[in-house]
Design a protein around this ligand. Structure first.
Ligand code: C2E
Ligand code: CA
Ligand code: CA
Length: 575
């Protein structure tokens, strides 16, 4: 018969099976004698704490204390141990490495027949992983996982808290609704991973600008919300908005890509625009949309008329869809005049839309809207079809080789089957790419330069001419553009219109023309309205002029008259 073991012998001289269990269990075990000298620890203890049996033999378990619990904690623990014989709880201890960690610990006292404590027996498990998960879960509901900013619901709560404080009548708070322009397309171009990195970097840049006390959150997708607490004047909000836009305009260098983004910001003010979070966010959102409609890369304050505007937007979307179905658009053409020989060397096709309910809608309004809603693709194809029909019509009237520029929207250009689709339309109408110039904005070609160079080379090989539109409004340098196979560069009208009054604008245009010529690219000045501008541009050796000075955009029938008259006048001029 087996001899009954004394408790102390049991722990110090375990039999084989118990020893196996003792060492293989994943929970740490520590046994001390009655005076709290460690007498035995198992393998899991060594693993979790980093101390070996030799390190701790004879020592007091105090060596594991992290200092996270105060004296009263240990007092309560000992009280319970002494009265109930067991204690169980969460405790922060310290590993040999100095790292502190949470553990779930059970301690039991072993008492001999005389009622004296002979041993203490502690079993614990490292719950740092569990804690991490708990914290993550907690944060998940409070913060945005990607940027670590507050999330939508935390933001609303904090904002409501902020505005529920008693306010001095002088103090206002501003709410900024920050939205990245065309971020969906950037994401599609560079991929979601890079998109995520951009969003994180955007959050970091804004954090650097704003004060700690302001509430900053990611509202979702590419939208951020920011409060400016206790401002005295709206001007302060405008200043901050400008700073944010400026800082986001700087290039993002991610994974070898140089990425440019712009942002639009809407601003609402507490208390004048609303006294609860819902309303303030709603109005800042409306103002943001207005900023986008107005051309993006800018901020706007909420104003009452926007209420009506939101109805217009709903109508715009519905009507635009219908108009594409019913092909309600017209194409106007604006002549381009060669400076050297005064010939009409081509025309730019510009879309026009007159709608029963909305009246004349400017392409400046509906093109960005169509880009945001994806309607730009069917719309662009429709425009190309209409241009082809006009080419056929002109051909029948003896005008055979008039080059036509068409504006290519970024999203349209990014489609994988862009080339096949436009080529199919040209084939259908028996039109040749050699008669067409594709106008792409600087921002479109900057998006993913490598792919774009290949695409442009293919287009050029197909016979299209390539033109960079709105040059000077993006951030590309001319030497950068050298990589693209360009035929024309169009200097943005904002420069042209100031060349006669601002010397620096004149210097910029002068420099653009010189450098473009060195790269064998012809320069078009657009938005030319006055004789003085024409004169100056001529002196600067600009190649082509387009603008109201010669003609506004006109429908096809008027264009035919214009061409005829131009020829007559030219002959008269030559006589
Ligand atoms: P854009 O490509 O820069 O076109 C030039 C704009 O300047 C046109 O405005 C034109 O009417 C206007 N313009 C021409 N000469 C002058 C001038 O001397 N002074 C002033 N102040 N303006 C002048 P529009 O037609 O309202 O078009 C605005 C923008 O909408 C265009 O800018 C282009 O980005 C877009 N757009 C127009 N038609 C199309 C189209 O068929 N497809 C696409 N994707 N975009 C288009
Ligand atoms: Ca254009
Ligand atoms: Ca332009």
């Amino acid at each position: 018969m087996k001899k009954k073991q004394q408790p102390e012998q049991f722990y110090l001289y375990p039999n084989k099976l118990v020893e196996e269990v003792f060492h293989s269990t994943t929970e740490g075990i520590m046994i001390t004698d009655g005076q709290m000298h460690i007498s035995l620890v198992n393998a899991a203890f060594e693993l979790v704490t980093g101390y070996s049996m030799d390190d701790v033999r004879g020592k007091n378990p105090r060596i594991l204390q992290s200092g996270m619990q105060d004296a009263s904690f240990y007092k309560n623990m000992w009280n319970e141990l002494n009265t109930k014989g067991v204690w169980r709880g969460e405790i922060w201890n310290k590993r040999k490495s100095g790292e502190i960690y949470p553990e779930l610990l059970s301690i039991a006292s072993i008492v001999n027949s005389a009622g004296e404590v002979t041993n203490y027996f502690g079993v614990f498990s490292d719950i740092s992983r569990k804690k991490v998960i708990e914290r993550e879960l907690e944060e998940l509901t409070l913060t945005d996982q990607l940027t670590n900013l507050a999330n939508r619901s935390t933001f609303k709560e904090s904002l409501n808290e902020l505005i529920s404080f008693p306010q001095s009548p002088k103090h206002k708070h501003a709410l900024l609704f920050i939205d990245l322009d065309r971020f969906k397309h950037i994401n599609e171009t560079v991929g979601n991973d890079v998109g995520d990195l951009i969003l994180t970097e955007v959050a970091n840049r804004i954090k650097l600008i704003v004060k700690e006390k302001n509430i900053f959150a990611r509202y979702g997708g590419d939208e951020f919300l920011l409060t400016l607490n206790d401002i005295h004047h709206q001007k302060e909000a405008a200043y901050q908005a400008k700073e944010i836009i400026k800082s986001l305009n700087k290039p993002f260098y991610i994974d070898g890509n140089e990425i440019y983004i712009t942002s639009s910001i809407g601003i609402s003010i507490f208390p004048q625009d609303g006294i609860d979070a819902e309303k303030l966010i709603h109005k800042a959102d409306k103002a943001m949309y207005f900023a986008k409609q107005n051309g993006r890369n800018q901020y706007a304050f909420y104003f009452e008329e926007l209420k009506k505007d939101s109805k217009r937007l709903l109508l715009l979307e519905a009507e635009l869809r219908k108009a594409i179905q019913t092909k309600e658009f017209h194409i106007y053409y604006q002549p381009k005049i060669s400076v050297g020989n005064q010939e009409i060397i081509g025309v730019e096709a510009l879309v026009r839309w007159e709608n029963d309910k909305l009246g004349n809608v400017s392409p400046g309004e509906f093109i960005p809207f169509a880009e945001d809603t994806g309607l730009i693709i069917p719309l662009s194809e429709l425009i190309l079809e209409k241009v082809c029909l006009d080419i056929m019509d002109w051909r029948s009237k003896g005008i055979l080789h008039l080059p036509i520029s068409i504006n290519i929207a970024s999203l349209h250009f990014q489609q994988d089957d862009f080339m096949e689709r436009i080529n199919a339309i040209l084939v259908q109408y028996n039109c040749s790419p050699s008669q067409l110039e594709l106008e792409l904005t600087e921002r479109t070609v900057m998006k993913d330069a490598k792919d774009i160079v290949n695409k442009l080379i293919k287009l050029k090989n197909m016979g299209f001419k390539i033109s960079i539109d709105d040059f000077g409004t993006g951030y590309s340098s001319l030497s950068y553009l050298n990589r693209f196979p360009l035929n024309f560069l169009k200097i943005d009208s904002s420069f042209v219109q100031q060349i006669t009054s601002l010397k620096d604008k004149q210097a910029i245009v002068d420099c653009i023309i010189m450098m473009a010529h060195r790269l064998h690219i012809k320069v078009v000045a657009e938005g030319v309205e006055t004789k003085d501008q024409v004169k100056l541009l001529k002196e600067m050796d600009c190649d082509i002029i387009q603008g109201y000075y010669y003609s506004r955009p006109i429908p096809s029938s008027e264009l035919l008259d214009f061409i005829e008259l131009w020829e007559i006048h030219k002959q008269e001029r030559n006589v």
